[in-house]
Design a protein around this ligand. Structure first.
Ligand SMILES: NC(=O)c1ccc[n+]([C@@H]2O[C@H](COP(=O)([O-])OP(=O)(O)OC[C@H]3O[C@@H](n4cnc5c(N)ncnc54)[C@H](O)[C@@H]3O)[C@@H](O)[C@H]2O)c1
Length: 371
C-alpha cells in the first residue's frame, strides 16, 4: 500500500512486448499494486490492452499520465529515445518511476533523468532484469560472503540467432542509441559491476554484419546503422578483469528464441556460473572438481516476502515478476530501489565508453566518470 493506504496505482507507458511479458504480470501478483492506466502511441494496441489487462483508462499522451493525481507510479517501457522526456515529465508530476534499460540514448540524458527523480524525491529504478534471476541472487551472496575467494575473472557471453530482417526502432541510432550493446550487453555490464564492483578502465568494440534493410513483411526499409556484435575487456577497481561478448547474429544459437547465455566468475577458491535459461541452478567448481550444477537454495528463489510461488511457471520467465515487487517494496518502505537510476547511469557510462573506445581504438579510463 502507498502512504495513504490505497494500493500503489501504476500506469504503464509503452504497452508493448516487455510490459505484457512481465511488468503487468508482476503488478497482478503484487497485492500492494494496481494497474490503473496505460499509455501507448497505438490506439489499436490500447484497445486490445483494455481487455488483455482489464483497464479502462488509456491515453496516447504520456503527459496526461504524468499530470493525473490518481496515479502514483509509472513503468516506462517505450523505445529508448522516448525514456528521457517521459521520465523527466513523470518525475515532475511526482510519480515513482521504473524505467526500462537502456535508460536513454547516452549518459548525459540519463544524468538529467536521475537528477529530475532525485529532485522530485520519487523512487527511481532501472529495469535490469537479470539481477533478479535466483541464480544471480545466490551468486551475489557467494561472492559477497567470500565463498569463491577473491574474484579474478568475470566472463559474459550472450549469443542470439535473430533474423536478418528489420528490428524496427531497435536498429537506428536515433531511436535506440546502439544495437546489441545497448539492448543486450548493457544488462551484463550492470550485473558484472553488481558482482565485481566498479570498472576502472576498458577497451571495447562494436561491429555490424547485417544491413537489415527488409522488414519481416518483405518490404524495404532504411538500413540499420547500429551494431549487431559488441564486446569489451574491462579492469575492475578490485583488480579483477572482465570479458564480455554479445551478438544477435550467431547462427545455430536459436534455442527456441532464448539463445545462449553464460556468465561466470573465476575466484581464487572457486568458479561460479550463471545460465539464464536454468535460473534455479548455478554451476560451481573448486580445484580438483569439475564445474557442476547445484540447486539454488530455497531462500534465494524469490524476495523474502513476495507471494510469488517460485515453483510455479517457467523459471526463466517468472523471476522477472520480481522487478515490480522490488519497485513497490522501495515505494512502500520509503527507500531507494535496487537497481536505481544510479546503476542505470553507471551502466550507460560504460556502454558509452565502449563506443568511444571503438572510435578511438584506445583504452578508456572510466574511474572518475562513475557515480
Ligand atoms: N529489461 C528487459 O529484459 C527488457 C526486455 C525487452 C525490452 N526491454 C526494453 O523495454 C523497452 C520497450 O521494449 P519492447 O520490446 O517492449 O518494445 P515494443 O516495440 O514491443 O513496445 C514499445 C511500445 O511503445 C509504444 N510507443 C512508442 N513510442 C511511444 C510514445 N512516445 N509514447 C507512448 N508509447 C510509445 C509503441 O507503440 C509500442 O507499443 C525498450 O527500452 C527495451 O530496451 C527491456
Amino acid at each position: 500500500m502507498s502512504s495513504n493506504s490505497h494500493p500503489i496505482r501504476i500506469a504503464i507507458i509503452g504497452a508493448g512486448a516487455v510490459s505484457d511479458y512481465h511488468h503487468v504480470p508482476g503488478i497482478n501478483i503484487d497485492p500492494r499494486a494496481e494497474l490503473v492506466a496505460a499509455c501507448d502511441m497505438s490506439e489499436a494496441l490500447l484497445e486490445q490492452r483494455k481487455s488483455d489487462w482489464g483497464i479502462d483508462k488509456v491515453t496516447t499522451d504520456f503527459q496526461q499520465i504524468c499530470d493525473d493525481p490518481d496515479i502514483d507510479a509509472v513503468i516506462i517501457a517505450t523505445p529508448n529515445f522516448t525514456h528521457h522526456e517521459q521520465a523527466i515529465a513523470a518525475a515532475k508530476g511526482g510519480k515513482h518511476i521504473m524505467c526500462e534499460k537502456p535508460l536513454a540514448l547516452n549518459a548525459q540524458q540519463v544524468r538529467e533523468m536521475r537528477d529530475a527523480a532525485v529532485e522530485a524525491g520519487v523512487v527511481h529504478m532501472t529495469a535490469f532484469t537479470y539481477r533478479f534471476a535466483p541464480s544471480m541472487r545466490y551468486i551475489r551472496h557467494l561472492v559477497q560472503s567470500g565463498a569463491i575467494g577473491q574474484p579474478r575473472h568475470f566472463r559474459s557471453q550472450r549469443f542470439l540467432d535473430w533474423p536478418e530482417t528489420s528490428w524496427g526502432w531497435r536498429q537506428y541510432k536515433k531511436t535506440a542509441g546502439a544495437g546489441d550493446l545497448f539492448d543486450m550487453t548493457i544488462h551484463r555490464i550492470d550485473f558484472a559491476m553488481d558482482l565485481m564492483g566498479k570498472i576502472d578502465k576498458l577497451c571495447g568494440g562494436v561491429a555490424q554484419f547485417c544491413p537489415r534493410d527488409v522488414t519481416t513483411d518483405g518490404e524495404s526499409c532504411p538500413p540499420s546503422d547500429v551494431d549487431d556484435w559488441s564486446a569489451l575487456i574491462g579492469v575492475f577497481e578490485n583488480g579483477g578483469v572482465g570479458v564480455w561478448e554479445g551478438t544477435t547474429v550467431a547462427k545455430g544459437y536459436g534455442f527456441n528464441g532464448f539463445g545462449h547465455e553464460l556468465a561466470e566468475i573465476n575466484g581464487s577458491e572457486a568458479t561460479v556460473r550463471y545460465r539464464l535459461h536454468e535460473p534455479n541452478k548455478i554451476w560451481l567448481g573448486k580445484t580438483g572438481e569439475d564445474v557442476a550444477p547445484v540447486d539454488v537454495p530455497e531462500e534465494f528463489l524469490k524476495p523474502a516476502d513476495s507471494p510469488r510461488d517460485p515453483h510455479e511457471g517457467k523459471p526463466a520467465d517468472v523471476f522477472r515478476y520480481d522487478l515490480v515487487w522490488e519497485f513497490c517494496s522501495a515505494i512502500t518502505e520509503g527507500r531507494d530501489a535496487m537497481p536505481s537510476f544510479d546503476h542505470g547511469l553507471n551502466a550507460q557510462i560504460i556502454a558509452d565508453a565502449v563506443l568511444e573506445s571503438n572510435e578511438s581504438a584506445a583504452w578508456v579510463d572510466v574511474a572518475d566518470r562513475l557515480v
